[in-house]
Design a protein around this ligand. Structure first.
Ligand code: ADP
Length: 199
């Protein structure tokens, strides 16, 4: 399998690039943000619990997010996918460890971690612009955005080190046209996927 992680702060373009990468490499796209918003829209108990954290710009507790991903590998295989692209997951070290364990149990592993690098000023501008059309309340409020970036810096950024130690981290310039960034991501994936031998 090719299992990719798209890593980067809120507004760095993970969702946009994940859409393109999944089509190109025939991957199952797993966005924990989208899964959580679907739970909220469906009025489930999980959604209800997650909503209060999301509205405050905080991370949803690990066990809630990890619990949603149990069937990912089976789903990818049953749909004839080449692998999985994780977008917005893992966001904490505990999530990264849980993902490693889950993949190991299924005889596979993380192929590489693509980290989109975008400066803070650009991030805030992008999120506010997205807020005009996304319908997401967490995209409209400068305070909530600030909290999300703060959560990223304290809890998520350290996860990069976890993957750097395993030699899986690839940094990609996240400012430029969508296609230029996509080309850089594709090249990075091609350079690692040739070394992969699991199924
Ligand atoms: P963005 O990357 O723009 O912040 P997402 O849709 O990925 O947007 O996430 C929106 C919100 O959903 C986050 O602020 C957080 O509250 C919650 N969330 C998404 N993924 C996770 C995760 N892996 N762990 C904890 N919370 C998450």
């Amino acid at each position: 399998m090719i299992n990719l992680i798209l890593f980067g702060p809120p507004g760095s373009g993970k969702g946009t690039q994940a859409e393109k990468l999944k089509a190109h490499f025939n991957l199952l796209h797993i966005s924990t943000g989208d899964l959580l918003r679907a739970e909220i829209a469906g009025g489930t108990q999980l959604g209800l619990a997650a909503k209060q954290f999301m509205d405050e710009g905080k991370l949803v507790p690990d066990e809630v997010v990890i619990g949603m991903l149990g069937g990912a590998v089976e789903e990818a295989k049953s749909k004839g996918k080449q692998g999985i692209i994780f977008d917005g997951f893992p966001r904490t070290s505990a999530q990264a460890q849980a993902l490693d364990n889950m993949l190991l149990e299924k005889g596979t592993s993380v192929s590489c971690v693509l980290s989109l690098v975008v400066d803070e000023e650009e991030l805030t501008q992008r999120i506010l612009k997205r807020g005009l059309t996304s319908g997401r309340s967490d995209d409209n409020d400068v305070e909530t955005i600030r909290k999300r970036v703060q959560e990223y810096r304290t809890k998520t950024e350290p996860v990069a080190g976890y993957y750097k130690n395993q030699d899986l981290l690839i940094e990609i310039e996240g400012v430029g046209t969508i296609d230029t960034i996509f080309d850089a991501l594709m090249q990075a994936v091609n350079s690692v996927s040739s070394n992969h031998s699991d199924n």
